[in-house]
Design a protein around this ligand. Sequence first.
Ligand SMILES: [Zn+2]
Ligand SMILES: [Zn+2]
Length: 380
Amino acid sequence: MVLDVHVLGTASARPTPERAVSGSLVKGPDGIAIVDCGEGFQTRYALQRRRLKRHSVGETLKPSAVDVLAFTHGHLDHTWGALPWLQSMDLENRQQPLLIIGPTSAEVAEALLNDEPLPEAAPSADLARQWMAWFALGGDMIRFPIRWVLGVVNADRWVEVDPTSGKARLLEEMPQPEGWGNSSLRPVPTQHTVPSCGWMVQQKAMAGKFDRARADEMQLTTKQRAMVARGENITDANGETIAASWFRGGERAAVSVLISGDTATTPEAWDDSLAPTLLIHEATFLEEQHDKAEEHMHSTAAGAVASAQAVGATYLALTHYSNRIKNSKTPEDEAKTAADGVAVVALNDNDRLVVDDDGDLTHLKWGSEGWVLANIPPNR
Ligand SMILES: [Zn+2]
Ligand SMILES: [Zn+2]
C-alpha cells in the first residue's frame, strides 16, 4: 500500500496556461480523498485518468473510489469546481456515499445549529455560505448520499448540514470517509484570511516485514511459516510457544501526507509531533515579497520550509505559485537554500508524489512523454 498524490493545479488565485488553480487528490489504501476542487477540476481529473491509461497501465482513478471531498478553505480558487463535478457524478449515476467536509468559524457553526441567519460578519468565502448557494443551485437535488460537514477545527466541533432545510446538527466527532479502516483523515489548523485547515491522510501503522531468515533458521514447516506470518503463535515439538511477534520487525511508521492549503507560515497550532512524511505547502511568494505574504496570510518558499520544520515533515513539496513565479525552479532554489534537514521538491501541474510504506518519496514529474521518475533521498 502506498499514498499516491496527484497534484492537478499549482497556480494561486489566477490560473495561467501552464497552471490550473488548486485541486489535489490522495489515493490511499481505502480510497481517494480530494483536497480542494478549484475551477475546472472535473476536466483535470478526467485528463489525469486518461494520462494514467496511456502511461501507467493498470493504475486507475475511478471516480467511484472518491470517498471524500475535503476543503482547506472557501476561497473560490479552491472550491469553484466542486458543484459542477458533483452534478456530473450524479448524471453518471454515482451511488457511493460521499463526505464533503471543510472548516468554518465558531459563529457560523452556532448560527447553523440555532437555525439562525448566518452572521453578517462571516466572509462571503465562508464554506457555509457557499454550500447554501450550491444547495440553491441544485446541490440539494443530488441523488447519491452526501454528508455535508463543517468543522470549527480548533474547537474540534463538527456540524452536519441538511441541504434541504439548511438546518444543522451537532456531531459527536468528525466523521471519517465511509469504509475507511486502513487510513484516516484528520484536519490540521492553519492560518489564513478565512477559516482554514489542512488535511492529513495517514495510513495506519503496519507490522514490520516478515523475517524469512529467522523462519529458515528455526526450520519451520510451510504451514508453520504461514501461521506465524499471519500473526498466529504456534507450538513447537517440545510444547514451547513460538511467538509470531519474533518474526516481525518493529512496527513500520504510519506514513502520511499533509496538504495544508493556503496558510501563513508556521501556523501556531503546528508542532513536530504531527510529523507528516510529506507536507504539500503553498509558496505563493518569494522572499522578495515577504511583506505581501504576511499581509495576505500566505507563505514564501522559505516560509514553507519553516512550516515543514515546525511540523516535523520529512519531505516538503511546494505549490500554489503566484503569477510572478514563472518557473518552479525559483521557489525550489529559495527553499533549498533555507532547507536544513528537509528534502524539497517543487511541483508542476499533473505531477505525482508517491510515499511508500517505508516512508520514502518518489516524485513523478509530468512531461509530454509521460511521468519521469525522481527518487528523493531525505536529507536527514
Ligand atoms: Zn488559494
Ligand atoms: Zn486562499
